[in-house]
Design a protein around this ligand. Structure first.
Ligand code: GUE
Length: 284
């Protein structure tokens, strides 16, 4: 068996066509969806991701701006910038690019963003709503993963999903979203003993380890769906996931590539959330 590839870049292009229409409808009603991204410091990876977001906004007609701040900025200054954006009626979505410098408390920053403008879906209010299955901004990477599975009509209900990774932005919320879809969810992480005993029972395996090419075929049940959330830059400049794609592709039924997998879907779901913010949550 050769796994079918779930191409996140192509799916993103299709979804963006739809979004473009929604944006032009909003513009007819004099609403121009606007995303403001705050970028602190000059981490090259962060800069490149932020540019990707800006480009994707432009493709769909969403207006965006980037506020760049020095690495040495104080937490107070960043908080006051967020406060101004919270008050600004023309700004629908606010995204503070993570990670932040060590002297800034990320949780303080996330909690300062108006939950109605929290297009990352990281605010505790939105996380709480997500857990209860209420309508809210879903965190972009988990939302993208669920959208990819549904695009291929992959059954989630009753399936055993195993997640490797328990971060607040990927592992934990993707488990909640899939639980809401009636999956049976197992969380594994760096302290898990005998990882293979769990992963070889997974119908859907979500890999967010943060190490290049470490997930090989002996961790898989034949026919499993493999979602690779990793983005690792190799010394030769190439991007690769946490999954050893070539090694796994003959044992899985579906697999997401890196690049052109989960990454582009993360950005596309950010656009979707920004449109939702512009439409106003209560209207949905
Ligand atoms: N507040 C916040 N929200 C985020 O959503 C957020 C963040 N901080 N910090 C960093 C991570 C990472 N992230 C990616 C988005 C798109 C690609 C992406 O499009 N990747 C392309 C390749 C891009 C390239 O070539 O560099 C791909 O996989 O095909 C990757 C990574 C969003 N993040």
């Amino acid at each position: 068996m050769v796994a079918e590839i779930i191409n996140g870049k192509e799916l993103s292009s299709e979804l963006k066509l739809n979004m473009k229409e929604k944006v032009s409808d909003l513009k007819k009603n004099k609403i121009v969806p606007h995303l403001t991204v705050i970028l602190v410091g000059d981490n090259p990876a962060s800069k490149s991701y932020v540019n990707g977001k800006k480009k994707a906004c432009a493709e769909t007609g969403i207006s965006s701006d980037i506020i760049e701040m020095a690495d040495s900025i104080s937490e107070e200054k960043l908080l006051s910038t967020i406060n101004k954006l919270n008050q600004d009626q023309s700004v629908h979505g606010i995204l503070v690019q993570l990670p932040l410098p060590d002297h800034i408390n990320e949780q303080h920053i996330i909690e300062a963003i108006d939950p109605k403008k929290d297009v990352d879906g990281f605010h505790p209010v939105n996380i709480g709503k997500m857990m209860t299955g209420a309508d809210t901004f879903l965190p972009c990477t988990p939302f993208g993963i669920v959208t990819m599975l549904k695009s291929k009509d992959i059954n989630i209900s009753g399936q055993h999903v195993v997640i490797i990774g328990r971060s607040n932005i990927v592992g934990k919320p993707v488990g909640q979203l899939l639980l809401n879809e009636n999956a049976t969810v197992t969380y594994c992480h760096s302290k898990t003993e005998d990882l293979r005993s769990f992963t070889t029972n997974a119908d859907i395996l979500i890999v967010a380890i943060g190490k290049a090419n470490v997930l090989t075929e002996e961790y898989l049940k034949p026919g499993a769906v493999v979602i690779d959330v990793g983005i690792n830059r190799l010394d030769n400049g190439r991007l690769t996931g946490d999954v050893d794609f070539e090694n796994v592709k003959n044992k899985a039924s579906f697999i997401t590539p890196v690049p052109k997998g989960v990454g582009p879907m993360t950005i596309t779901m950010l656009l979707q959330n920004t449109i939702k913010a512009a439409e106003g949550l209560e209207k949905q």
